[in-house]
Design a protein around this ligand. Sequence first.
Ligand SMILES: [Zn+2]
Length: 241
Amino acid sequence: MIVRYGDQEVSCLVRQTGAVTDRIRIHVYPNGDVEIEAPKDKEVDHIRAAAQRRARWIFQHRNAAIAARRMALPREYISGETHFYLGRRHKLIIHESKSQRSEVKLLRGKLEVSLPVADRAAVRRRLNAWYSDRAAEYLSKKVGEISERLSWISAPPPLKLMRMRTQWGSCSPEGVIYLNPTLIRAPRHCIEYVILHELCHLIEHNHSKRFFDLLTKHMLDWQSAKRELDSLAELILAENE
Ligand SMILES: [Zn+2]
């Protein structure tokens, strides 16, 4: 089944289910494939119209998925490739010299890694260590700053950095905030959204209306930050492999 939006079109796979429901579900896969799941008693015209109504959504997600995949090439840790830091791409420059002290510098859009022996494994290790240090410093500073603005927090909660494959953050029932250190690669406003989201969980432990009202009260445009983060997720998490 073809769905069109402007001058774009995509051939979608229609999968019929035996479910007794009125709902037509649309899935956009990371490789850009689109699948429409419809109850088997639905007319084709009805399914096509339903999919067509969501054409804008389909192409937004499909184009983002394809772009992310194109950019999420395996990291090689060689000069010239780009790495994200606080939402910006930085060109990696590697200096190798026996007399070189091991260091990473961030200068004018470039990430310069200096090492006595700069093979790929060594560059990767050094760079990841640098990202972890930056994440620890930046994220704890931000948790402190945002906590100060929130009336329900008297002192910043305990913070732990934890690599998670599918989550940016979480808040334990005991009130410990966990953040994914990979966040340091995302734009600042996206990081603030994740921190605020978790800090709101300190008093609203679920995703109830009260939770979202609280979130919105403190960050009006959190939805656009979330969307941006979602669209970057594959890219940024892939970089962290
Ligand atoms: Zn949550």
